[in-house]
Design a protein around this ligand. Structure first.
Ligand code: PMV
Length: 354
């Protein structure tokens, strides 16, 4: 008899860590061995748009990604769905004749449709935006009354880095102390207006999928690298304090030194893993040299670089002028050719190219 459908659409950008998360102390709950800090991209670039719908006529939970259905049976999806469902509250819309009680949610099914506005195959972080958007839209649909911190702890169980995408600007994922993960969540350090001089340029070095997933890479590092444990205990805690200070003061020099050093140490940990993991390639290394050389020729750094679990460079320019000069340099040293490794640039601000 009831023929209604309720829908919610949300959009979430991806985030890029400037102090990296690498290594879990609990794989099921996704609890990290150190805090991390990230910058969230503008919503018009690298973001996920997710629509979730509920109707009494749906007979199972289903999900589509970029128009193609895929199985929701993965533990991480199930966990996020379960956590949100258990917090659902009743909802009533008299005009539409919709009445859902808290108990009804246990038997109602959802359909989820998610789109990335960037090629999923480009090897660019997509799980962060994806799980953050999924959790946020489901929470809205099911009338969950939790703050962003609590929601971030749920998104964390989908993909660790997703917990930081619930906020714009700068976010910190606090590793937490509890074994049940209840205090492992993200907080906002500064909103998107705080430091809006920064321009982020992503140099797509290769669109191939990475060979070692972050999940297995982290596991291998935790099991075989001594450096990762030294990093988590002795290096990151101090860097977190310094990075928070740099962000607060919009101190680009410290921000750049810390971001570059932390990216390099993360990749050193990968090299220290047995067998070693290579995420960067020759082009990535050449981009690092190019940026280092330029920064050293100036009175203070113009651009920071950071690389995640892949060869693509995330370049953070101190302002629009530096970003324009950066693009000139990239185009000069790495002219895009259809058969070349470096294919294209995703630009934080399109008008920079004009
Ligand atoms: O959340 P995951 O499993 O995709 O891991 C992300 C790991 C890095 O991107 C390399 C670092 C980070 O903090 O985002």
């Amino acid at each position: 008899s009831e023929k209604w459908v309720l829908m919610v659409t949300a959009q979430t950008p991806t985030n890029i860590a400037v102090i990296k998360y690498w290594g879990k102390r609990d794989e099921d709950l996704i609890l990290p061995i150190n805090d991390s800090i990230s910058v969230t991209l503008d919503p018009e670039h690298l973001c996920t748009t997710t629509t979730v719908a509920v109707s009494p006529s749906f007979d199972q939970d289903r999900m589509w990604l970029n128009g193609k259905e895929f199985s929701l049976s993965g533990g991480r999806y199930q966990r996020c769905l379960k956590e949100i469902r258990s917090r659902a509250s009743g909802f009533e819309d008299e005009k539409k004749g919709v009445k859902i009680t808290e108990k009804d949610w246990e038997n109602l099914h959802v359909h989820i449709s998610s789109y990335n506005n960037f090629p999923t195959a480009a090897g660019l972080a997509s799980s962060a935006a994806g799980f953050a958007c999924l959790v946020f839209s489901l929470a809205k649909l099911m009338n969950v009354k939790e703050d962003h911190g609590r929601l971030s702890a749920i998104a964390r169980q989908g993909s660790g880095s997703a917990c930081r995408s619930l906020y714009g600007g700068f976010a910190k994922w606090i590793m937490g102390k509890n074994d049940d993960g209840s205090d492992s969540m993200a907080v906002q350090l500064a909103d998107e207006k705080h430091w809006d001089d920064l321009v982020i340029v992503i140099a797509v070095v290769s669109s191939r999928q990475k060979e070692t997933s972050s999940t297995s890479g982290m596991r291998e590092s935790v099991e075989t690298s001594k450096l990762i444990h030294h990093r988590a205990k002795e290096v990151v805690p101090k860097r977190i304090v310094e990075m928070e200070e740099a962000i607060k003061n919009r101190d680009f020099e410290s921000f750049a030194h810390l971001s570059c050093a932390d990216s390099n140490q993360f990749h050193a940990v990968c090299m220290d893993t047995c067998p070693p993991i290579f995420y960067m390639n020759d082009t990535s290394h050449r981009i690092i040299s190019c940026v280092e050389k330029w920064n050293r020729s100036e009175a203070s750094p113009q651009v920071a670089y950071t690389f995640d679990a892949g060869p693509n460079a995330v370049l953070i320019a101190r302002n629009r002028k530096a970003a324009a000069l950066l693009l000139q340099r990239l185009l000069f040293h790495f002219p895009p050719r259809s058969d070349a490794d470096l294919k294209s640039y995703v630009i934080g601000d399109k008008s920079i190219l004009q």
